[in-house]
Design a protein around this ligand. Sequence first.
Ligand SMILES: *[C@@H]1O[C@H](CO)[C@@H](O)[C@H](O)[C@H]1NC(C)=O
Ligand SMILES: *[C@@H]1O[C@H](CO)[C@@H](O)[C@H](O)[C@H]1NC(C)=O
Length: 359
Amino acid sequence: MRGTLCLAVLSAIFVPATAAVQGFNSWVFNDDGTPKYQADYEAEFKTARALVGAPAGGFNSVRLSTMIQANTRNTIVSAIPAAIATNTSLLLGIWCRGGTDFSVGTELAALKAAVDAHGEKLATLVVGIAVGHEELASNSEAGSRSGAVGGLQPDDVVRFIMQTRAAIQNTALARVPVGHIDTWSAWANASNQAVVVASDFLGMNFDLYSQQCAPNTISTAKILFDSARLMTKVAAIGRRPVWITEVGFPVSGSRSNGAVPSPLNAKYFWDVVGCPLLGTTNVWWKTLRDTGQGPPNNPSYGVVARDATAPLFDMSCAPGSTYTKRSHSFEEKRKFQQEGGGQKKGDANMNKNKAAKGD
Ligand SMILES: *[C@@H]1O[C@H](CO)[C@@H](O)[C@H](O)[C@H]1NC(C)=O
Ligand SMILES: *[C@@H]1O[C@H](CO)[C@@H](O)[C@H](O)[C@H]1NC(C)=O
């Protein structure tokens, strides 16, 4: 008991008491598969910041997955100077999937080079450093069943977290919280507790669309997300905050199990999952623009069409703008149901199925 209390106090010191940030995930490729350069990142961050009809607080943060520029061996990702130029806060990412000490070392060398180059200007923008992305989910029974690659043992993730802390020691980033990102079921798995203990924050990813066995119609969004978040909070011993690091619903693309992409369903998902988090929880939505081989990307999670400045659906979270309100018109409701919302599929074994996909 004493040990747990001490840990709680320590993590409270590491985590700065700033207001919650809200932003988007940003990957290293454009929607057509070409690498993003600084101008692309700057355009993206400016669009997010000036998004028409953005909720209170706006979108002025970005989650990166790697420190390395696309298609290079060890060049610092150009999202860093772009974030500095646009005053965009950063959840930095250390890419670890299938990682070795050597590959993670390359990420950490780029991190150190970025601090050397930008110092305080970078440090004031960094909200945290996420070491890894769903390696424990890939390592799980369900992960191996579904053929996931790039999984790591919890000890490996802990070692990479420690290496990251060592890399930022005595730099401008020394006091930045360091954590890991995974699915709720990986966080809730007691065999992974060493990663919880090693983390200053727990990043949770949630993807309703890609759940292949659970009843994942849009109408289950809130209950499944809320229970995933609760399970992660329970796993977060002490006072480690749970940040929502990747969550969203596609605006277009093929049906996946019960999930039907559409702007209307993406809006419903935003209203019931996104809006309640704003101002209280750090959240990085999936996403402003697609990354991939398209356009068109299938599924497409991008809320903004190329060169547009307004999202494909109302993201204001303003009273009366959401589907949970009475103002929800009959036509919209009917269309929403036709697009897969409100559809019920009996499944007596929801929890087992949820665990199967890992989120
Ligand atoms: C940068 O953003 C922060 C918080 O979003 C704000 O407090 C600060 O004044 C901004 N700095 C500049 C130079 O605009
Ligand atoms: C729990 O985590 C361990 C270590 O990551 C993993 O080997 C195991 O398969 C996980 N359990 C389940 C049920 O996925």
